[in-house]
Write a protein that binds this ligand. Structure first.
Ligand SMILES: [Zn+2]
Length: 153
């Protein structure tokens, strides 16, 4: 099954994982969560893709509980609810994308995090759905991760 969740984002792409052991299990995302995935793609990822006119490389979208546990993800992670995505865009500095989203895009996110620090550079952007998926007080949060701790901006 490869449903399109929005114009440029497919179910297979949003359930990908490098952790092959969990790939087929991860693709059995419950139907009720796929609806959140549609919102994630249509209201956040697609507008970013349209702005840059380049594909987003998805590192991780939905994570089934077993996969999330295996990679040491937070038990409250929005990835487990199909409400978050980690991505980068080829040939585009992550800081540029991060700044465009937080300062100019007018998108309504829950958390926006520049994270996955490796060799002195961030590796991806994490973005998640905001209201009504998160409480209003926990929306439009912006953070960076320097390899050790999260820092709010
Ligand atoms: Zn993430």
């Amino acid at each position: 099954m490869n449903t399109q969740l929005s114009k440029n984002f497919s179910f297979l792409e949003m359930t990908i994982t490098e952790n092959r052991k969990f790939l087929s299990q991860n693709r059995q995302a419950p139907e009720k969560l796929v609806e959140s995935g549609v919102q994630l793609c249509q209201t956040l990822l697609q507008p970013i893709r349209d702005h840059y006119g380049k594909p987003l490389v998805v590192h991780s979208g939905y994570r089934c509980p077993a996969l999330n546990k295996a990679i040491g993800g937070s038990v409250t992670s929005q990835h487990c609810k199909f409400e978050a995505c980690d991505f980068h865009i080829i040939e585009t500095p992550l800081t540029e994308i991060f700044d465009w989203i937080r300062l100019k895009s007018n998108l309504k996110w829950g958390q926006l995090i520049l994270e996955g620090w490796s060799m002195g550079h961030p590796s991806w952007i994490h973005i998640s759905l905001g209201e009504p998926y998160r409480e209003p007080s926990k929306c439009q949060q912006v953070m960076t991760f320097d390899g050790k701790k999260y820092q709010s901006i």
